[in-house]
Each structure stands twice: as C-alpha cells, then as structure tokens.
Design a protein around this ligand. Structure first.
Ligand SMILES: [Zn+2]
Ligand SMILES: [Zn+2]
Length: 149
C-alpha cells in the first residue's frame, strides 16, 4: 500500500496531472487513485486545481499535484534528514540500516530513528528487509527507490 502511495506521490510531485493521466500513468483504477490521494493528503498538501494545464496531456483540466515539503507542525529544516537522504541517494539501489546510517552521520541510532519516520514520508524512499550496504547484515534497511520508477 505504501508503495502505491509512493508511486502516486512521485507522479504528481511538483507536476500537476489530470486525473485521467494519473490513472493511466499509475495503472490504477480511479477509485484506488482517489483513496490514495486521500492518504497522501494526510501527509502532504494535495493541490486540487479546477483548471490547470496537465503536464502530461497538455489539456486544461482539473489537476492534482503535491509539494515536496511535508505538512508538519514544526516545518523547520532537518539537517540530519537531508544528510540521510543524500547518503541513501548516493547508495543508489542499496539499502542502509538504521545503525549504520546513524554511524555514517555521526549520530545515535535513536536520533536517526525519528528522522526515519520522516524519510518514509518522502516519495522515492522505502523501508524493507534487505542487506545493509555497510554492515552487510540482513535487516530492515532504508533505500532510495526513485531510480527505479
Ligand atoms: Zn492529462
Ligand atoms: Zn548496517
């Protein structure tokens, strides 16, 4: 389910698409897309424009898009989060576990843990079981997945 949320988010990230194109590109049914948009709306602001140019078909139609910034009370930039994201991106398709991520960033795993919850809200990142690129243990790792989409 979270993966489908990530797919939809990635498609409309700072790029308005009309509903038809969004369904076509995601390969999902309108009902599912609508439900996923509802879920996404709880994390980031979903902009629904009654009439805007769809970046895919170029028609002026009702579109949806999302901003990159998550909707949060404390919207202060999180330098740790940024470094973590950069590190994960630089590792391409390899995941990194929390402990190693913490060590690489010079922070405790506990510090990283709070940032992880934010990372999961970012499109293009996921958490799953895999082999950590650093310690090579099989555990929950975070990885950038935007290179695959
Ligand atoms: Zn369109
Ligand atoms: Zn590790």
């Amino acid at each position: 389910m979270t993966e489908r949320v990530a797919i939809i988010t990635a498609l409309i990230l700072e790029r308005p698409l009309c509903f038809d194109c969004l369904c076509a590109k995601s390969g999902m049914k309108p009902l599912s897309v609508n439900r996923l948009l509802g879920q996404i709306g709880r994390v980031v602001k979903v902009h629904r424009m009654p009439k805007a140019r769809c970046r895919s078909c170029g028609e002026n139609r009702p579109t949806v898009s999302v901003d990159r910034s998550p909707r949060e009370k404390n919207d202060a930039p999180d330098p740790l989060l940024h470094r973590a994201l950069a590190l994960l991106r630089s590792r391409a398709d390899k995941g990194v576990c929390t402990k190693c991520l913490g060590e690489a960033l010079g922070r405790s795993a506990k510090d990283v843990q709070t940032s992880l919850q934010r990372i999961e809200q970012h499109a293009g990142f996921r958490r799953q079981f895999g082999t950590c690129a650093i310690c090579e243990k099989h555990r929950l790792v975070l990885e950038a997945s935007d290179s695959r989409s």
